[in-house]
Design a protein around this ligand. Structure first.
Ligand code: MG
Length: 297
């Protein structure tokens, strides 16, 4: 059974008749999905197989880049261009119109980044990304190398190209999403796995607002905020759907561990889930939260 309903309100978000559709399989560690609206393509990574894949309704899944230098998380920027976290290049990248990849950030105060993992666009045009060490430590997920930064930070890349590190006290910051322009969720997949909330003040300073939730089984890697205000978090058994204050309404269960998810498709209400070796989709009544992104983002 795909759905596990814990509250009747779940039916309004995931209809009782909704089922998982298998869109692709044979992957080693599927991750980093985002909906590329400009190209009507679901882009995701197989971090271990060192490729990124594009799925379209007409053509199904096809390789977009191989080798991908172990790209992981993706989003689109204010102009709709694809943004990628690269373990191998230890950088945040942007795909240009001619399909070349430009390096947006690869150093902080002179030191190389660890291995950027996931990224989200803020309404002011800045790109916020996490930088845990998995690409340095796991031989199948990067090219190794020495750690140069004294921590695992959450970075903010401003539209003018300046890089700051507003969050420095998580162990292994991983998934990242904005719930609104002033509220951020970041999952920590380190020693004490949890999803943390942060408040972004008008002057740009960031304040920890406590642990939002700890899922079970497993942990949260990727996560997304919905237009209804609900939160959709990956877990060991699929995707958990929570109220804005963290109460669980139900689950979409996947056969294997879910790493990440995103909304997209022609209507915007398809939930795509990368779950270990497979890409799944399920139709919902939810779409990505409107956090005030510029038109085209
Ligand atoms: Mg991740």
């Amino acid at each position: 059974m795909t759905r596990l309903r814990q509250d009747p309100a779940f039916d309004a978000l995931v209809p009782p008749a909704a089922t998982l559709r298998l869109l692709g399989d044979g992957y080693s560690w599927a991750e980093g999905p985002t909906w590329d609206a400009c190209r009507q393509t679901l882009v995701f990574s197989d971090v271990v197989q060192n490729r990124i894949i594009g799925w379209t309704a007409d053509a199904g899944p096809r390789d977009l880049l191989r080798p991908s230098h172990h790209q992981n998380g993706h989003c689109t920027d204010a102009a709709g261009r694809l943004i990628a976290c690269s373990h191998g290049q230890r950088a945040l990248l942007r795909r240009e119109d001619d399909d070349r990849w430009a390096v947006l950030a690869d150093r902080f105060e002179g030191a190389r980044l660890n291995s950027p993992n996931d990224v989200a666009l803020h309404p002011d045009g800045s790109l916020w990304f996490t930088d845990p060490t998995y690409g340095l430590e796991k031989p199948t997920e990067g090219y190794g190398g020495d750690k140069e930064i004294a921590g695992q930070f959450v970075f903010r890349l401003a539209p003018d190209g300046s890089l700051t590190a507003p969050i420095r006290d998580l162990d292994q910051p991983n998934g990242i999403c904005f719930v609104s322009h002033d509220r951020l969720l970041v999952s920590d997949t380190g020693a004490d796995p949890a999803t943390h909330a942060f408040i972004i003040a008008a002057d740009g300073t960031v304040r920890h607002d406590g642990v939002f939730v700890r899922v079970s089984p497993g942990l949260t890697d990727g996560l997304r905020a919905g237009a209804s205000g609900h939160l959709w978090l990956s877990a060991g058994d699929g995707v958990h759907v929570l109220t804005p204050d963290g109460r669980e309404l139900g689950r979409i269960r996947t056969p294997k561990t879910a790493a990440n998810l995103c909304f997209g498709g022609a209507s915007g209400t398809t939930l795509f889930i990368t779950a270990t070796d497979a890409l799944w989709a399920i139709e919902t009544n939810e779409s990505a939260a409107d956090i005030g992104l510029p038109t085209g983002a």
